[in-house]
Ligand binder design. Sequence first.
Ligand code: HEC
Ligand code: HEC
Length: 259
Amino acid sequence: MRKNNRKIMMAGAAVAAVFSIATIAAGEPKSGYLSAEPETQAMQDDDFSNPAMLVTDYGGDLWSTADGDSGKSCEDCHGDAADSMKGVKTRYPTYYQPWGKMINLELRINECRKDNQKAKAWKYESKEMLGMASYIGYQSRGMPMAVDIGGKATPFFTKGKEFYYERRGQLDMACSHCHEDNSGNMIRANLLTEGQINGFPTYRLKWSGVGTLHRRFKGCNDQVRAIPYERGSDEYVNLELYLAWRGRGLAVETPSVRN
Ligand code: HEC
Ligand code: HEC
């Protein structure tokens, strides 16, 4: 009891130190796009000025390049991605029977490489994975995010939700403290958004490059001086499921541009 009170007081102090005002976010989910600078929005709006399109195009090249012991390209089996991969991004993470747990798009791409293409898995944050995840995500642009959290997905959804509300790190803060209680407020030099995931992989000006959602998770864990998890870990995939549901209905913006 005493220990608990102390924890809450410490967290209160940390929150007061970083935020000027506190408001409660409510209503429909809002994309980070809405809080971006007009120049940043313009970069995303125009495929020719969107720096992430280079990476996405590279994914398109890989799509039609033969690889692995099958000697086949993705296209040889899946055909035109504009048809076969349309809407795929909107329903990931999804329950994956062979694992008995959830799988996200990046991990699913690697499963297919190993099982069907008979090729080596790509590193999670590699140029190849960023390219392919962006290219597949791009085929769902404008479509509403719509993950299924029923049936076998439910226990994983619950874990992801718990993670979201759990205090962690030296600052003892949960995701919700920044992205729910304080979205719309300034934190240091940044305007806090709802931390929605509909634009990933995303081009971040701060990264000068494209990064995965799990890279972002690590960055946000670092901000509160918490030990981050591995990209592709169960913890992050479950968290991704919760966030995909939280932003359900938001249009896919892959590849987005953010500060
Ligand atoms: C030899 C044929 C073959 C090749 C090559 C292949 N795939 Fe697949 N892929 C499949 C089949 C079959 C499935 C259906 C499920 C399964 O058995 O894995 C699938 C499923 C998928 C899915 C899940 C789709 C969904 O609706 O949820 C993704 C994503 C995917 N593949 C991506 C890729 C990518 C990216 C490549 C190239 C790097 C690739 N695949 C290469 C045969 C192939
Ligand atoms: C100390 C405050 C803080 C905490 C706690 C925090 N974040 Fe963030 N997060 C930020 C800031 C600042 C940004 C960049 C501005 C923005 O989009 O809000 C950001 C951005 C994001 C984005 C990118 C949004 C977009 O539109 O591209 C996601 C996703 C995100 N955070 C998820 C999380 C998750 C999940 C957690 C919990 C593990 C978390 N954040 C915890 C401060 C925080």
